[in-house]
Structures are given as structure tokens and as C-alpha cells.
Design a protein around this ligand. Structure first.
Ligand code: CO
Length: 297
């Protein structure tokens, strides 16, 4: 990794940290999730950085990939466990971090389980640490709190303009002898659940990502495909971002065509069973100059 790349990773992490601290202060019971998402995204924009993905605001049994829709009226409720997952990039170099807000303060153990799992994972990670061992540490910690790690959600590598690169960093013990390597960036993100520790896809999808360039007839679809490539740089984007420009109906029609033709793919909301609660904590690290740097702390 070049020094300049490293510096961009650090810059992205610093911006994210500031935005995250502000989000912690802004998030209040009774607030619209849409207002929170837009205010976080505006801060990233004002910092002259890019969005690595739409702000994820997944509450309660929703674990990931919920970003408010265009006219979302959902409010933060008194009992919500809200995961705020933010991604920032500088010249394509990504910082990805999340935290959980427990509005009722009745679920502090659940929140602590992922925070502690993340801490423990970060303190054991060195260059050469086996990926499978990180999952083992996360699982051990979350289990010790009496919860289940979510086995089918994982941390991931980060590459220029790629928010989810290989390898996956498991949240459970795995036989994976691949290691943390010099010059690479990773997001470590444990999830803890009061349920069985498995998420499934909901039918609702708010987040999409460019997949393949396809010749298209529909003008809006063509414009959106071009945006997905040039403006979003192949990174995930929100349906609501497009609706501001194209309107609701035209966006829906265009996205349907893009999905059907394979130009884009969707990231459906990932959820645990009803009435189950999920917490998450996440930081980005880079292995550079034989040291591990936490960029988002
Ligand atoms: Co992540």
C-alpha cells in the first residue's frame, strides 16, 4: 500500500468518527429515521467525502441494510435498539463503522456484548492473525454474555471502491487459516442476537449496487446505470437518492428493469425473527508498516 492510500484511509476514518459522534448526539426518541439518515449523509457530503454506502439504520430485529425509504415516516421508538452503520470514502478508500443505541437502556448487556467482542477482536489482531481465530474470539465473547453471534453476518475486506471485499471475517469460530495481511484494510463487525443468531432476507430492498453494464432502452434506466457507475463508483446506493431526481414511479420502473437485466443487484434488509433484538459494533483497521491502525476510533 502506498503512503497516499494509507493517508486517504486515515482521512476517511477521521471524517467518519466525527460524523458518528454527531449522530450519537442527534439520535433521539421521536425523531424520524429519514431525518437522521439525511442529516448524517449531509455531513459526509459537507466534509467533501463520499458515501461508501447509504446510512444503515436498522432497528430491533433488523440487523442490517435498512435505510429509510423516500417517504419513510418511521420514528425512533422508546424501546428501540438502533444500529447506526456509516460508510465514508476518500478517493475510494473506505472507512466503515457502526454502533448501537439502546434508547430504553434496558438492553445494555446486549450492546456491551458486541462492543466487548469488537474490543477483544481488535486487541488480538496482528499481521498474520488467522481469520478463523478472530471469529472464535468474537463468538467466545458474545456467548459469555449469554447471546448468540449472528453466524451468517460477517466483517469483510475493504478495497478501493469495494465496500465488501474478500475475505469475510466471521463472527463465529471457523476453520479459516487465511491471515490479516500487510497493506490490506478490513472491517471487523460483530453482531449479537437474543435469538438463534441467523438472519434471513426480508422482501424489502432499499439498497442497490451496480453489477454489469447492459444496453438499455428505458432512458431513466440508462441514466441510473450511468449514475451507478460514474457517480456512485460501483458502491451501494439508496433508492431514495434516485427518487429525488427521477420521482417515485420512474425510479421504481427503472430499478425493476435494471434488476431484471442484471445491471444492478439488491441488498435486501437482513432480519432476525420477530421480537428478537440485535446489536452491532464495527471498526475499520488497516495493516500498514507492520502495524494495525484502527481508522475509525
Ligand atoms: Co461493514
Amino acid at each position: 500500500m502506498e503512503k497516499e492510500e494509507f493517508e486517504n484511509y486515515i482521512k476517511a476514518g477521521k471524517i467518519l468518527k466525527t460524523v458518528q459522534d454527531n449522530a450519537r448526539k442527534k439520535a433521539k426518541i421521536g425523531m424520524k429515521l429519514l431525518d437522521l439518515a439525511e442529516s448524517i449523509e449531509k455531513e459526509i457530503f459537507d466534509a467533501k467525502a463520499g458515501m461508501a454506502f447509504p446510512v444503515n439504520l436498522s432497528a430491533n430485529n433488523l440487523a442490517a441494510h435498512y435505510t429509510p425509504s423516500f417517504n419513510d415516516e418511521t420514528l425512533i421508538e422508546e424501546k428501540d435498539i438502533l444500529k447506526i452503520d456509516i460508510g465514508v470514502h476518500v478517493e475510494g478508500f473506505i472507512a466503515d463503522a457502526s454502533f448501537t443505541v439502546d434508547f430504553s437502556e434496558e438492553n445494555s448487556k446486549l450492546v456491551e456484548a458486541t462492543e466487548q467482542a469488537l474490543e477483544n477482536a481488535l486487541s488480538m489482531i496482528k499481521i498474520g492473525t488467522q481469520i478463523g481465530k478472530i471469529g472464535e474470539e468474537i463468538e467466545k465473547t458474545i456467548t459469555s454474555f449469554g447471546f448468540k453471534p449472528i453466524e451468517n453476518l460477517s466483517g469483510h475486506g475493504l478495497m478501493k471502491f469495494i465496500a465488501h471485499a474478500s475475505p469475510s471475517i466471521p463472527n463465529i469460530s471457523k476453520n479459516d487459516s487465511r491471515t490479516i495481511e500487510e497493506g490490506k484494510a478490513y472491517a471487523i463487525e460483530p453482531f449479537a442476537s437474543t435469538g438463534k443468531g441467523r438472519v434471513k432476507e426480508a422482501t424489502k430492498t432499499e439498497i442497490f449496487e451496480f453489477a454489469k453494464q447492459i444496453p438499455l432502452r428505458n432512458l431513466d434506466a440508462r441514466k441510473i446505470q450511468a449514475k451507478a457507475i460514474e457517480e456512485f463508483n460501483g458502491l451501494p446506493f439508496a433508492e431514495r437518492w434516485l427518487m429525488k431526481e427521477f420521482g417515485e414511479t420512474k425510479t421504481k420502473i427503472a430499478l425493476r428493469e435494471l434488476l431484471l437485466k442484471g445491471s444492478i443487484s439488491g441488498h435486501p434488509i437482513l432480519k432476525e425473527d420477530k421480537d428478537i433484538l440485535v446489536s452491532q459494533a464495527e471498526h475499520t483497521i488497516i495493516a500498514f508498516n507492520e502495524e494495525i491502525h484502527i481508522t475509525t476510533k
